[in-house]
Ligand binder design. Structure first.
Ligand SMILES: NC(=O)c1ccc[n+]([C@@H]2O[C@H](COP(=O)([O-])OP(=O)(O)OC[C@H]3O[C@@H](n4cnc5c(N)ncnc54)[C@H](O)[C@@H]3O)[C@@H](O)[C@H]2O)c1
Length: 265
């Protein structure tokens, strides 16, 4: 028996990285998963992995910067599974650029996915959750937004729009936690430096800006992690499973840092 037996989780950005790890962990815990991504082939490949674990999966292709596609995604999930118990609001994008070189297009791209889409996905799924009968825990749903340690105070001169977008995710988490209480819990996870395709991109773009070798920026970033190894997507997925599971039911409005101790507060 898993801790999420019979639950249905909708995961955005599920084609790879942290979203894929969440899908596999939630499937192992007994949940059915809706795998939403721009990358249709990637979402289908993860669906095949989930099915091989004996769990139910529905891959859905959606560009979450378009509200019509957000509504369609939620409708498809409910048509297939009947309800959505957990939202893992996880899709995100980054670009590395010096502050003085950031363009309006760069700013709008980052905010369209990391903040606008996160808000309207949360809104669409929350409407569905509030319409559902409560589960055994008395709640109608759990929402977990993926923010970042970049959204914490500190200053990120090479990805200022990204950092601002993630601070906004923490703020949305707080507002939604109050607005949706007591029916739905809303929390955020702030990962550190996770070994995923996103960090390969950061390493490449940062390296190009500063004339560094491939892998150099990544090695520099992970060297001070107190827990002594790079963060894995599974480290984030485990905390998401806790927040969605029986022991996470009395937490709401929290931004939980999971970063091996890089940032302490
Ligand atoms: N990797 C890290 O070190 C790290 C650290 C902190 C926070 N995060 C956050 O974790 C989340 C997942 O990151 P990751 O490292 O797995 O990244 P990733 O690039 O591996 O995966 C992101 C996924 O989001 C999807 N996506 C992007 N735009 C989309 C859109 N408009 N509609 C639908 N899907 C879209 C992509 O296709 C991709 O599959 C992001 O929100 C990211 O900001 C990552």
């Amino acid at each position: 028996m898993g801790t999420l037996d019979g639950k249905v989780a909708l995961i955005t950005g599920a084609a790879g990285g942290i979203g894929r790890a969440m899908a596999l962990r939630f499937a192992t815990e007994g949940a059915g998963v809706v795998l939403v991504d721009l990358d249709e082939a990637g979402a289908s490949a993860v669906a095949a992995e989930v099915t091989a674990l004996g769990a139910r999966a529905l891959p859905v292709r959606a560009d979450l910067t378009r509200n019509a596609e957000i509504r369609s995604m939620a409708d498809q999930a409910v048509a297939h599974f009947g309800r959505i118990d957990v939202l893992l609001n996880n899709a995100g994008v980054i670009r590395v650029e010096r502050l003085l070189d950031v363009t309006e297009e760069h700013w709008d791209f980052i905010f369209s996915v990391n903040t606008r889409a996160v808000f309207f996905v949360l809104q669409a799924v929350a409407r569905q959750m509030l319409d559902q009968e409560p589960g055994a825990d008395g709640r109608r749903g759990r929402i977990i937004n993926t923010a970042s340690i970049a959204g914490r105070p500190g200053g990120r001169p090479l990805f200022a729009p990204y950092a601002a977008s993630k601070a906004a995710v923490i703020s949305i988490t707080h507002s939604a936690a109050v607005a949706l209480a007591p029916s739905v819990t809303v929390n955020a996870i702030c990962p550190g430096a996770v070994e995923t395709p996103m960090w390969e991109q950061i390493d490449a773009e940062w390296g190009e800006l500063e004339g560094r070798q491939k892998g150099e920026v990544w090695r520099e970033r992970i060297a001070p992690i107190p827990l002594g190894r790079p963060q894995r997507a599974e480290d984030v997925a485990g905390v998401a499973a806790f927040l969605a599971g029986p022991d996470g039911g009395y937490m709401t409005g929290q931004a939980v840092t999971v970063d091996g101790g890089l940032v302490m507060s």
